[in-house]
Design a protein around this ligand. Structure first.
Ligand SMILES: Cc1cc2nc3c(=O)[nH]c(=O)nc-3n(C[C@H](O)[C@H](O)[C@H](O)COP(=O)(O)O)c2cc1C
Length: 152
């Protein structure tokens, strides 16, 4: 199965989590393609059969700048090719932001609902207050996601 992974980051943590997840998912037998700062045309050209989004949160519950162009294009076009695909979201944030904790991930989760992307495992929230190793903390969730993808 061809899994397309994309990330949004300010300081690099979400990218690190995404790259670590890609390595692990490839080991699990999935065919991952990772996009950093991509546009919609490039993403669709990869002909994804599943999607994984990894994003941090900035401002007050906002997406990082590097993910805004893709987010805007996806919202504007709602491409039919993505409808029905399995997917999932990893959100990075900081629980001291209370109501906007992992707001960036929540925006992508809502976008996936609009796109008709089926979230086959609940969004993972990684809290910068609690961990300095989000990429390894995500491993059990990544394994569960891989398993859920294999089961269809
Ligand atoms: C200016 C700024 C604003 C932030 N706003 C939020 C926020 O609204 N909600 C949240 O959960 N985390 C917020 N965070 C925390 C980051 O999302 C968190 O530290 C994350 O791990 C950073 O990942 P990155 O290196 O991929 O950008 C903010 C951090 C900074 C520096």
């Amino acid at each position: 199965m061809k899994l397309v992974v994309f990330s949004g980051t300010v300081y690099g943590a979400a990218e690190e989590v995404a790259r670590h997840a890609v390595a692990r998912l490839n080991q699990a037998g999935l065919q991952c393609q990772y996009f950093n700062r991509t546009g919609l045309a490039e993403l669709l050209a990869a002909q994804p059969e599943a999607l994984l989004a990894v994003t941090s949160t900035t401002g007050l519950g906002e997406l990082p700048d590097d993910l805004i162009p893709l987010y805007s294009e996806l919202r504007a076009q709602l491409p039919a090719a993505l409808r029905g695909l399995p997917g999932a979201v990893i959100g990075l944030g900081d629980s001291s932001y209370d109501d906007s904790f992992c707001g960036g991930g929540a925006l992508i989760s809502e976008l996936f609902d609009e796109l008709g992307v089926r979230q086959i495992v609940p969004m993972l929230r990684l809290d910068a207050c609690e961990t300095v190793t989000p990429e390894t903390d995500a491993e059990p969730w990544v394994d569960a996601f891989a398993e859920a993808l294999k089961q269809g």
